[in-house]
Design a protein around this ligand. Structure first.
Ligand code: PMP
Ligand code: GLN
Length: 383
């Protein structure tokens, strides 16, 4: 029961599924293939670098916008990867994670009654971020089981009130990715409108099978109307660092920073100073796709010994699986039961739909050590 003195701004929201399933995994000593995080150590050089800069005295506030050399490294990286020139002074802000960047962008632009187009299944913070600002999520289902966007449906749902479209590629929870044809559709739809795009690209470097990442940053006309959100946690196997950044036009960034400066002000200094150098090491982030693709393929091979029906994943930490050959339970009941009875935690995909659509699908996180995946699948093969 929450306090009767508070009129909740999020009356329909409970505790996130990630906290629920990780709690259950701990309680039942289960292997946690639910919440998305690696179970292996992050890069040792980067860890040492943070320690070194702390010892050298980098322990006080950096500027509110972020440590300038880090923003310069980000601008260099954007130029290298996407051939787009951005100004580190006016277009990049360092944030305490990707989730915060998305929340801040939405808070900066939304007025009560504005509509935001959100695709479902979708990352669980988007809808509450919209609703807490008094705005209205307009929901569109991705086409099951490929989880593709039906752009004609987007055309139908765009209205005078549409303030923003929320994008996420590579996609959580499905691992679907956007292609250049999607970006062309998007450009066509927003052209001549005042619609913003909030693009969640935290899995930028986790994309498989040589598919190029379709960043908003490849399209200067889209960048003008976008807030593009990233997370160092995903790039450097350190989700607990909670450090990321947002890129937008200089004009939009002014409003973003008005919100940011009175919420967080500035982020953790030692990690920013360490990353300013470390980000120039291209090999490190470029090798990530290969490493994670190998994990996906290994997990897929192991899962052949189970009765799960694996869906496609072209990116992210995640792959979804149908379990209709095993059970017709609701996915939440199924996920809870297999955590308790078989010792493997997953995430039920219905939680990523406001309507609770249940296609009998659970999400697995494969950013784990080989041994973890092996033990988990050994257990899953008994179901
Ligand atoms: N967006 C998506 C789709 C994610 O999966 C995550 C992972 N937590 C985030 C945003 C947030 O990243 P961060 O931990 O940097 O806030
Ligand atoms: N992004 C991670 C996931 O989808 C979890 C982040 C969180 O716990 N909020 O599993």
């Amino acid at each position: 029961m929450s306090s009767p003195l508070i009129q909740s701004k999020l009356p329909n929201v409970g505790t996130t599924i990630f906290t629920v399933m990780s709690g259950l995994a701990n309680q039942f000593n289960a292997i946690n293939l639910g919440q998305g995080f690696p179970d292996y150590q992050m890069n040792e050089d980067l860890m040492n670098k943070v320690t070194e800069v702390m010892q050298k005295g980098w322990n006080q506030y950096v500027p509110m916008q972020g440590y300038m050399p880090l923003r310069e490294s980000i601008a260099e990286k954007v130029d290298y990867l996407y051939q787009t020139k951005i100004d580190p002074g006016s277009q990049v802000t360092i944030t305490p994670g990707g989730t915060y960047a998305i929340y801040t962008a939405l808070t900066a632009i939304l007025q009560p009654g504005d509509e935001v187009i959100i695709f479902e299944p979708g990352y669980d913070s988007y809808i509450p971020n919209v609703e807490i600002n008094g705005a209205v999520p307009v929901l569109i289902d991705l086409k099951f089981p490929e989880y593709k966007i039906d752009w004609n449906e987007v055309r139908k749902k765009v209205s005078k009130k549409t303030k923003a479209i929320m994008l996420n590629s590579p996609h959580n929870p499905t691992g679907a990715v956007l292609h250049s044809s999607d970006m062309e559709e998007l450009r066509d739809i927003v052209n001549g409108t005042n619609i913003f795009i909030v693009s969640d690209e935290v899995y930028e470097h986790l994309i498989f099978d040589n598919i190029p990442h379709q960043s908003i940053l490849l399209y200067p006309d889209l960048l003008e109307r976008s807030f593009v959100c990233f997370s160092f946690g995903k790039t450097y196997n350190c989700t607990g660092w909670k450090l990321g950044y947002c890129i937008s036009s200089p004009e939009s960034m002014i409003e973003f920073r008005k919100v940011h400066q009175f919420n967080c002000f500035s982020c953790h200094t030692p990690s920013q100073v360490a990353l300013a150098d470390f980000l120039r090491n291209k090999e490190d982030y470029l090798s990530l796709s290969g490493i994670m693709q190998e994990k996906r393929d290994y997990f897929l091979r192991l899962m052949r010994d189970t009765r799960f029906g694996m869906l496609n994943s072209s990116g992210s930490y995640f792959i979804c699986a149908k379990y209709d050959r095993i059970s017709d339970e609701h996915d939440r009941d199924f996920a809870i039961r297999i955590t308790k009875e078989f010792g493997v935690a997953t995430i039920p995909v219905s939680v990523f739909y406001k309507s609770g659509t249940d296609n009998r699908v659970v999400r697995f996180c494969f950013s784990k050590k080989k041994e973890t995946l092996e033990t988990a699948v050994e257990r899953l093969s008994k179901i």
